[in-house]
Each structure stands twice: as C-alpha cells, then as structure tokens.
Design a binder for this molecule. Structure first.
Ligand SMILES: NC(=O)c1ccc[n+]([C@@H]2O[C@H](COP(=O)([O-])OP(=O)(O)OC[C@H]3O[C@@H](n4cnc5c(N)ncnc54)[C@H](O)[C@@H]3O)[C@@H](O)[C@H]2O)c1
Ligand SMILES: [Zn+2]
Length: 346
C-alpha cells in the first residue's frame, strides 16, 4: 500500500497507514534521520501498551532510545511537562539532529510536537498517533502546543513532522467512548468532503485502514492548500463552532470533544436548513450515523450561554461567527454570520 505524501511549505513527509506499522517505526526513523538517538514521549496508559514495541523497533534499527512518560490526560499538556521534557532531552544529550517521537494521543502529540519545535529551535519529529482522533486529525497538519491556565492551546507553533506512522492495530485497546469520539471526526470528513466515505460508514461497511486513508487524504489536502489556517482549513471546523461553545460552557468535563462536535454538526445542519443551504434529509442521515456510534445529537445547555460564548470567540474572525454548512453530503462551505443573524437563527 503506497504511503500518502503530505506537501507543506516546509517540505514533504510520508504518512504510513498500515496495520502493524508500529513494528516499522525503526525503519521509518532510520530513513528519516542520520542520527541514531531517539527520544520518545508517551503517556502513562500508552506506556504500558506500546512503548516496549516502539523501543524494540527503534533499537532494532540501531537507535539509542530514551523515553519520557507524562500522566494520561489533558492536564499533561502544560508548561511544567514541556520544561521537564526539555530537561530530559538535555540529560539524554540530545542535539538538534536527534529524533523526537510522539507516541500517544493528541495530548502527547501536541505537547511533544511543541517540544520538538522549540528544543534547540527544532528537532526532527515523528508522530505515532495512538487514538483515532490523533490518527485522523491531530497528528496531521503541524499544529502543536500546550494549554495555559487562561485557555486551551494558547501557546504553540506550526511545526511539521518528518513522518507520521499510523497503525490502526493500536486502536484495539481504545475504549468505546474514545473510538466514538474519533468517529465523530471521521463522520465530519465524510460530510464536508467525501460522500463515498460517508456512505460506507452509513452502511457499516467501512474498513478502518481504508477510512483512515480517506480522512488523512482530506486533512493533508486541505492543510496543503491552507497551511496556516486562514481559509479552506476552516471547513474542518464543521460542527466545531457550536461544539467548542458546548465544551466551554460545560467546563470541558460533561462531553468529550467528539460528543460536542456531534451535537455541533446537527446544529450546523439546522442552521444550514434555515438558511436554505442544507437540503432536507441531510440532517437525518448524519443523525442516524451519529446515533449508531452512540454519540449525542442535542444538548440541554442554555442556548443563551452558548450564544454568548460563541460571540466572545468572534473577535478572532472580523466580528463574524463562522459556521460550516453542508450543501450536500460530501460538499460544504463556510458561512459567516453577524451577531444578529446568529441570534435570529438560534
Ligand atoms: N494539533 C491538532 O491539530 C489537534 C487537533 C485536534 C485535537 N487536538 C488536541 O488533541 C487532544 C485530544 O487528543 P486525544 O483525544 O487523542 O486525547 P488523549 O491524548 O488524552 O488520549 C485519550 C485517552 O486515550 C488514552 N490512549 C491513547 N492511546 C490509546 C490506545 N491506543 N489504547 C488505549 N488508550 C489509549 C490516553 O492515555 C488518554 O487517556 C486535545 O488536547 C486537543 O486539543 C489537536
Ligand atoms: Zn475536532
């Protein structure tokens, strides 16, 4: 199976999607850097599941390996861990030609990516995403960063990896809730860009490796056209305008990101219908698929709070709130809405 090549302003990199790919990490790393030092960051859950296998593969290709383990969970995406990682890299004698590997979900990917972007002004990085969300979303596109006490993802960098190694076999150990969370993003890709993907999910016939390829292809293409997130990349925000407000209003605890996005996709369909942009029937199809994955499709959070939260984010976007609406399954557009338009629609 051919690799997908991602093209960025900072060169090309391969994305390998294959069951069993973790065992090939050493090979990929060997082709990526000349140095033979690899620093692996992972979290406390993934450590027990896959760190040994990753190390074995790297050592088999002649790498000297050190690892650093953060606690599993969003709270680990913090400056304390970032600085601890810099320290551990220094103790390992890392130079800027040595390799950094992020082995984990989006938390490890974002944190490690930012460490790699900034340690000695940048070391080569390989992403090995282990959650479905990380495999289809966070490991691709080069966004890295940490959370700050005053908000999520507020400090970071665009930093492209040298390679991404995606092993669908690693998803076997994921909980059903985490799988569903990633599926919300997979369904999103189908809705915005890929009717065939959506139909396969609808029929329950989609093979995971095939689905990952479709999603990664969409993300790399969209990112390629808009590396610094000023235009087309906005389409990836389908369901996220309302979804982010839900996460914020509910204090990031009641819903997973994917659940909030699922509710947000349905809200975006309702808005699209009211605007005459989303044809009747589209919302029902999306709703059916989300329900199959036991994802929520509505919330009892107060509309007024969600509205105010969206407005407080709007200053980033010239006074308008942007919703992505579906023109038909597989085709979408961004729709700017003024404060008043949004109020009327809600
Ligand atoms: N950089 C981007 O473009 C981008 C995009 C979307 C999300 N994100 C970020 O990603 C983060 C969320 O990512 P996530 O959902 O992967 O969270 P996560 O990294 O916290 O992983 C979720 C949970 O699954 C566990 N886990 C990981 N792999 C596993 C496996 N194979 N088997 C069993 N358990 C496993 C983790 O230990 C954790 O408890 C957020 O911080 C978000 O801001 C970044
Ligand atoms: Zn998302």
């Amino acid at each position: 199976m051919p690799e997908i090549m991602a093209n960025t302003n900072h060169g090309k990199y391969p994305i390998l999607i294959r069951t069993g790919a973790l065992a090939q990490l050493g090979d990929v790393a060997g082709k990526t850097v000349r140095s033979r030092k690899a620093f692996v960051v992972t979290d406390s859950i993934v450590e027990g599941l896959y760190l040994e296998q990753a190390k074995k593969s790297l050592e088999g290709s002649g790498f000297e390996v050190a690892s650093y383990v953060v606690e599993s969970g969003e709270a680990s995406k913090c400056e304390k861990n970032l600085f601890a990682i810099y320290g551990a890299m220094h103790d390992f004698g890392m130079t800027r030609s040595d390799l950094v590997i992020a082995l984990g979900g989006g938390v490890v990917g974002d944190l490690t990516g930012f460490a790699a972007a900034t340690y000695m002004r940048g070391c080569p990085l390989i992403q090995v995403p282990t959650t479905l969300l990380a495999q289809v979303d966070s490991s691709i596109g080069g966004k890295t960063g940490i959370d700050m006490p005053f908000g999520k993802n507020l400090v970071g960098a665009f930093y492209q990896p040298k390679a991404v190694v995606i092993d669908p076999g690693l998803l076997k150990s994921l909980s059903r809730t985490r799988m569903a969370e990633g599926m919300a993003e997979v369904i999103k890709y189908g809705c915005i860009r890929d009717a065939m993907l959506f139909e396969a999910i609808e029929k329950g016939q989609a093979d995971m490796e095939w689905m990952l390829q479709r999603c990664v292809k969409i993300k790399t293409t969209v990112v390629q056209n808009d590396e610094f997130d000023t235009g087309e990349r906005m389409l990836l925000n389908f369901g996220h305008t309302w979804g982010h407000a839900i996460e914020k209003v509910s204090g990031y605890s009641r819903y997973t990101h994917g659940e909030a996005v699922a509710i947000g996709m349905i809200k975006a369909c309702e808005i699209g219908e009211k605007l005459g942009q989303t044809p009747k029937g589209v919302k029902e199809r999306i709703l059916n698929v989300l329900e199959k994955w036991h994802l929520p499709t509505s919330t009892d959070l107060p509309v007024e709070d969600l509205y105010q939260t969206m407005l407080s984010d709007k200053k980033k976007l010239n006074g308008k709130v942007y919703f992505v609406v579906i023109k038909e399954i597989g085709d979408s557009k961004t729709q700017p809405l003024s404060e008043q338009e949004l109020k009327d629609l809600l």
